[in-house]
Design a protein. Structure first.
Length: 420
């Protein structure tokens, strides 16, 4: 009975508004499909139940000019072929010049829905540096105002962002607040804490989709970030980052961002993350040092990856990983092994450790630590980096430890470098 009453009452209210001239008497047009994902060159039909002339736009503007009421859109004469994404708006106009209400919908053309394989969180700037004097003078007093998240399309097809929702760590609903609705392969998009502060520090020409909602921000101590598909509820990415080892500690207040080095790996694994090469991070762009570019800069080819051109005992691939010169034997790796007293899980004991350099941004190789008792059987030592010293130089220094304390049995550590 209630539903029946509401349906009748809605019709009565609209009739009363129309009789008073407060609501158009000509009905709004209808789309053959009201927005969403559509194939490339999709044909959209528009119908006007009340007759009249249909006007439409494909750029998100109103087909009726404000104040004058003159038509500014195109006249609908047949199916509209959609070749790119955008908001379609339409109105009908009666012979007497009365306009209908507006019908509008977002169409995302030729893209696929986000999933764990095509969309990743690629950069997290959770604890920026404190504001500078010029930034403070401009009213940006809080270091948290400069926080940002970066998403990247790591797939081969344009990704539709219009149903993307962040519901863990920060709040943001692309359906309601985003100014960017799709992401081409390789492209990046940003969510920021405070847009004026962000633009003061980084400029206004970066792909910002919107600002964090509901007074949320990134935790300085680490947290779980979750993004889902708003229509289906499917989890696209959900993982936790931390502010201490084995996660890159340079991202915790030293001005560097947490940067995804290996998007094809688990986002929960700290070995797939690193600190940004430069303080402040690289919002909207990457800072990877590609193996191809490094080889070219040293006059080498991929055929020489396994070669030891300077006879220092290091292959070109290893010299890329550690940031040394493959043609200078004096610029070699420095491994510093030691037995060090460390507190692990509340217990202090002596551990075998090794300190080694790594070229920041050398993401085309994977560097892992392996442990052995007999130099024959080796196993993954796990993400056991105790600290990362990031001084702003191209090379950072890492220290890894054995998974168990030193005892009477021998222990050996080695680095394994593999091209990706």
């Amino acid at each position: 009975m209630l539903r029946s009453y509401l349906r009748r009452r809605t019709s009565i209210v609209f009739s009363q508004l129309q009789n008073r001239g407060w609501y158009p008497s000509i009905p709004a047009p209808n789309f053959s499909r009201h927005g969403g994902n559509v194939a490339q060159d999709f044909d959209l039909n528009i119908a006007s139940p009340g007759g009249g002339t249909i006007y439409y736009t494909l750029d998100g503007s109103d087909p009726r000019q404000p104040f004058t009421g003159n038509p500014t859109g195109s006249t609908y004469t047949g199916a509209i072929t959609l070749r790119s994404s955008g908001v379609v708006k339409t109105r009908a106009r009666s012979a007497g010049g009365e306009w209908s209400a507006l019908t509008e919908a977002l169409f995302v053309v030729g893209s696929e829905e986000p999933n764990p394989d095509n969309l990743v969180i690629s950069e997290i700037h959770y604890r920026p540096t404190s504001p500078s004097l010029p930034e403070i003078s401009a009213g940006h007093n809080n270091r948290g105002d400069f926080e940002f998240l970066e998403l990247q399309n790591v797939g081969s097809t344009t990704v539709n962002l219009s149903n993307l929702v962040f519901e863990g760590g920060i709040d943001f609903d692309f359906r309601e607040h985003s100014s960017i609705f799709e992401l081409d392969p390789g492209e990046r998009v940003l969510l920021v804490n405070d847009l004026p502060a962000f633009e003061f520090r980084y400029g206004s020409d970066l792909p910002v989709a919107g600002i964090f909602q509901n007074a949320t921000g990134l935790s300085n101590g680490g947290e779980t970030l979750t993004m889902t598909h708003g229509a289906t509820g499917a989890v696209i990415q959900s993982f936790s980052y931390e502010d201490s080892a084995p996660w890159p500690e340079a991202a915790d207040g030293h001005g560097y961002s947490l940067t995804l080095a290996h998007p094809d790996g688990s986002l929960s694994d700290p070995r797939n993350w690193r600190a940004s090469r430069e303080a402040g991070g690289t919002p909207g762009t990457g800072d990877r040092v590609s193996l191809a570019g490094w080889l070219s800069s040293h006059g080498l080819t991929t055929d020489e990856l396994e070669s030891d051109l300077d006879h220092d005992g290091l292959s070109a691939l290893l010299e890329y990983a550690i940031g040394s010169n493959p043609k200078d034997p004096s610029d070699g790796i420095v491994f510093t092994p030691a037995i060090t007293s460390l507190e692990v899980d509340g217990q202090t004991d002596h551990y075998l450790v090794v300190q080694f350099p790594r070229l920041k941004g050398a993401d085309d190789v994977r560097v892992t630590t392996e442990v052995s008792r007999d130099l024959i059987t080796w196993s993954d030592a796990g993400p056991l980096v105790e600290y990362q010293f990031n001084s702003g130089n191209p090379v950072e220094v890492l220290m890894a430890r054995a998974p168990t304390p030193s005892g009477h049995e021998p222990q050996f550590l080695r680095l394994r470098v593999e091209s990706r």
